[in-house]
Design a protein around this ligand. Structure first.
Ligand SMILES: [Zn+2]
Length: 335
């Protein structure tokens, strides 16, 4: 479960919006949280749900953490709360899952209070599933709340988007994010590298201190290999073989960060202007400035697109090693 006692310092305007809904006594039946991965949408949704369900004495945060409702919530067994995501190993949320879960939450309230269903990622719903959800939204039962979370709002049915009140989540300022990460127990240098690898979204990298340090160590090795490859000291096939041992999701996230860093640094060099970059890439890719001179911007964009495409294909892909090899060879021959 999410630790809802942790506050996130860049969600102030979103909380103000919630406070307004509550003050004006017009709390929506459906909320749509939009924003990139790792920005804290789920954390916010859980805090909001626990707040609405809490039956204790009012506190500043609206969450007492000790009433029986909070205890149920924190143990993941609150009868009026459901978190719905794709089943393990699946990418989509089926119509059956929507039917079962909306019935489970919206039919009966155990506490005479709110009934809350969170769906993440909402864009994973099949068209059939989304249509079934729409029926619930047409005549929402009293005191029900549906929270949809997505980083790809354009993939939702327009009818779903128009029925939900939108809350947009944006990237924190780098300083804010670094302060927060350090508040989670990471030292300043780790926090900087984590933020760079998270494309500025502080909750994107998950794990305890040991796991994070392992990820950062691996990233260091990947950069060493790629840098050597780009300066023609290492064969792309060998580099691809090394990287294929990594966890694909993690490696693709690193690769995406690398290309974003190459593109931003190279665009900055061409325009002579300072771009507001969410993170200082040099901490993650030392010597990046020398590497960009070998590429043209169009070829960087093309390779970045290949990485994004590979990310989308990867989950169902069997020949991960071969695809990585093709990508590494493409990079090698573009220098
Ligand atoms: Zn409580």
């Amino acid at each position: 479960m999410i630790n809802t006692s942790k506050t996130i310092n860049w969600h102030t305007s979103q909380w103000q919006q919630i406070a307004q809904f509550l003050e004006q006594d017009r709390f929506p039946h459906a909320l749509l949280f939009e924003g990139i991965k790792g920005i804290g949408k789920r954390h916010f949704a859980f805090q909001l749900a626990q707040m609405l369900l809490c039956q204790g004495e009012p506190t500043d945060s609206g969450i007492c953490q000790t009433c029986s409702s909070c205890e149920w919530f924190l143990s993941g067994s609150h009868p009026d709360f459901v978190m719905l995501e794709p089943a393990e190993g699946k990418k989509l949320i089926s119509v059956d899952a929507i039917r079962q879960n909306s019935q489970k939450v919206f039919k009966t309230s155990h506490q005479n209070g709110y009934k809350i269903l969170i769906i993440e990622p909402a864009d994973a719903m099949t068209v059939e599933a989304a249509n079934s959800l729409l029926k619930t939204l047409e005549e929402p039962p009293e005191q029900t709340l549906l929270i949809l979370l997505t980083d790809k709002p354009a993939r939702l049915l327009p009818t779903i988007r128009s029925r939900a009140s939108r809350l947009k989540f944006t990237l924190p300022m780098a300083e804010q994010a670094l302060t927060w990460l350090q508040g989670q127990g990471h030292d300043a240098s780790t926090a900087k590298r984590m933020l760079a690898l998270s494309l500025g979204a502080p909750l994107r990298l998950q794990g305890d201190a040991e796991e994070i340090s392992q990820i950062l160590l691996e990233s260091q090795q990947w950069w060493k290999d790629w840098r050597a490859m780009l300066s023609r000291q290492m064969n792309p096939v060998v580099v691809a073989k090394q990287c294929a041992k990594a966890e694909p999701g993690l490696f693709l996230n690193w690769l995406e960060t690398l290309f974003r860093a190459l593109i931003e640094t190279s665009a900055q060099a061409e325009s002579n202007e300072k771009l507001p970059s969410a993170a200082n890439y040099e901490v993650l890719f030392p010597g990046l400035n020398q590497v960009i001179q070998q590429f043209s911007l169009p070829s960087l964009f093309r390779m970045r697109d290949n990485v994004v495409e590979l990310s989308q294909r990867q989950q169902s892909s069997l020949n991960w090693g071969l695809q990585l090899e093709a990508l590494a060879c493409d990079c090698y021959s573009s220098t």
